[in-house]
Structure formats: C-alpha cells, structure tokens
Design a protein around this ligand. Structure first.
Ligand code: PMV
Length: 332
C-alpha cells in the first residue's frame, strides 16, 4: 500500500459570516496560497489497525484509539472508516500539517479535515466523492464550531467560489472579471465556536434586532454575487464596508480588525471587512490590482502579522482529483 498525500486550501468569507448560521446566504472563495496537507504512510511493523496521528503544529502525537469522540482528527478518521465501511485500517501513520493560520477565520479546521479524509480514502484505495468528503468534514466542523453553517467544509471541498445558503443546494457562480483581495491577519487567535456562541446569546436577547441585521447582510450578499457575476468588482467595496459595519454592530469586530480595515481603506482599497468568526483572526480588502502592494504595506503598518495577496477568478484554481499519491496539490 503506497503512501498517499492530499491537500486542501484555506478559504476567506467575502460576505455573510454569522448571518449564514441563521439561514442567510454567504459568499466564500478558496485561498490556495495557504494549504492543509495530510500524508498517510504504511507502518510495516505496526499492529493491525494501529493508526498513529501526528500533528506537530498542535503538539499532537497519538494513537487513534486514545482519541476521544470529541477529538476532531480522530473523528475525521472514524468518519472515513464508517463511510467506506472499513472496520480496521492497515497500520499507518497519518501526518497533518497546515500553513493556514489556526483559529483565524481561514477555514483551517475544515481544510485539515478534508485533506485527512481524502488522504485516508486514497491510502485505502477507495474512491470517495466530493459530496461524501463534504458531509464527513461537516460532522467534524460540529466539533470545532458547535453549530456550523457548513460554508467552510463546502468551499474547501469544492475549491471554487461558493454562494452558500444552509439547506439549499450549493451554488457556485461565474466571475465576470477577476479581482484582487488582500488578506490581513491580526495575529489574535479567536475560536469561531466562541464568537458564534456570543452572537447566539445576543440574538436570543434581541431576536428582532438581530434578524434585521442578518437580513441586511443577506441582501448585501445577494447584491455582491450579482456584482461579481456581472464583472463589476469595484462595486464590492461599499458592500464590504457596509457588511463590516453590520458585523461591528453584532459585536464581532475588534480594535485590531478595525485598525486593519482602516489601514486598507486609507491605502485606497475599494472596501474592507473582517472575515470569518471575528474578534480577531483575519480581515479582507478588495482593491485595484495596481494598488495591492500599497494595501499590503498599509496592513503591515497597521499591525498585520501576515498578509496574503490572492486573485479571484484569475484562472482555474481547482484540482478536481483532490490529491494524488505524492501530489502537493494545487498551488497558485
Ligand atoms: O471563522 P471561520 O473561518 O471558521 O468562519 C466562520 C463563519 C461563521 O459564519 C461565523 C460560522 C459558520 O459556521 O458559518
């Protein structure tokens, strides 16, 4: 049984985070500059069924049987075993790593799950379709997030821009004109589970007010999809600004995020907003490609610990195989 490697991209939410948990649409795009990677290697001398899981970045080195039901990595492996009806995996080591910042709104949890699921299915020599990968990763997202909408596992599995609405078939859409995004990381780790729970508590305290906020965000998201499809990316700017203001009202921005948003705007970005769970993590700005380096510099000056430049719709950024033996996966 040969070793098998699979990768999965990070993602950034352009519009609709939090509101998407309450049934509104959201738009997310893959970010191929950052990746999660999983490699399964056979252990010729291991006991049958012994799966060693290594995730050096989080200091994890364990045998599958030692991991409880609430461990996301263990849950991903058990999910594959259940879906593929493999009661016992040949002895192997599953090594996971990621260049996606952890707990920062870039989908690191979903990407790790998707890479692990694909690598394990490949190692077992069993085909696994995208729908199954996405559904298995969603189960792991519940451990990470509590009540996930499903957007992270969807965009990371399919590696295309998505218009996502809970309970409806996943929609992708064409990009009328390529556009540039600059992503800035506050360096403040902020688990999505906590921000989602905080918004839920505020929604419970003021359901009517929060439903209005969510609906306003939903309407921005639909307008943004039309602008992207129609080839008018400059129109995204004001929509991002409005979406950020609504997220501020929901209490999920932070001083660090607001500083980066202001920095991007002062350098000429069309618009900017926090992305993902908020209260830390990443923000995203859209801008003219000619200004991207200035925006990037402004973000660094405003305190970003890392910036990523990415283009949406510039060229196909998908690898439909989702990984091959020894494949490093798609890179932009
Ligand atoms: O923080 P992230 O990248 O995992 O994004 C979370 C997005 C939310 O809408 C806040 C939660 C969700 O499950 O959709």
């Amino acid at each position: 049984m040969p070793a098998f490697t699979a990768t999965a991209p990070g993602k950034i939410i352009l519009f609709g985070e939090h509101a998407v948990v309450y049934g509104q649409p959201a738009i997310a795009v893959p970010v191929n500059q950052v990746q999660a990677r999983a490699t399964v290697t056979p252990n010729l001398w291991g006991a049958p069924g012994e799966v060693v899981i290594q995730a050096p970045e989080i200091g994890l080195m364990a045998v599958l049987d030692e991991l409880g039901a609430d461990d996301p990595l263990g849950a991903a492996v058990r999910g594959v075993m259940g879906a593929l009806q493999v009661p016992r995996i040949p002895a192997c080591t599953l090594k996971v790593s990621a260049t996606i910042p952890f707990a920062s709104g870039m989908g690191s949890g979903a990407a790790v799950s998707v890479a692990m699921i694909r690598a394990l299915a490949g190692f077992l020599g069993q085909p696994i379709d995208d729908g199954t990968v996405c559904a298995l990763a969603f189960e792991v997202e519940k451990i990470h997030h509590g009540t996930p909408s499903g957007i992270d596992n969807s965009v990371v599995t399919y590696r295309v821009p998505v218009f996502f609405q809970k309970g409806l078939p996943l929609e992708t859409f064409s990009i009328g004109k390529a556009f540039t995004l600059v992503i800035g990381d506050t360096g403040v780790r902020s688990p999505t589970r906590e921000t989602v729970a905080a918004v839920r508590a505020r929604w419970q305290a003021d359901p009517a007010g929060y439903e209005r906020l969510f609906a306003a965000i939903g309407s921005i998201t639909r307008t943004a999809r039309d602008a992207i499809r129609g080839g008018y990316p400059t129109r995204l700017g004001p929509l991002m600004d409005e979406n950020h203001a609504l997220l501020q009202m929901m209490g999920v921005s932070s001083e660090e995020l607001d500083n980066l948003v202001r920095g991007a705007k002062s350098a000429g970005a069309w618009g900017a907003k926090l992305s993902g769970g908020g209260c830390g993590g990443n923000m995203v700005a859209s801008c003219d490609p000619q200004r991207a380096l200035e925006v990037q510099g402004a973000l660094e000056k405003a305190g970003a610990v890392r910036t990523i430049l990415t283009q949406v719709g510039a060229r196909p950024d998908d690898d439909p195989t989702g990984g091959q033996p020894g494949d490093l996966g798609p890179q932009l």
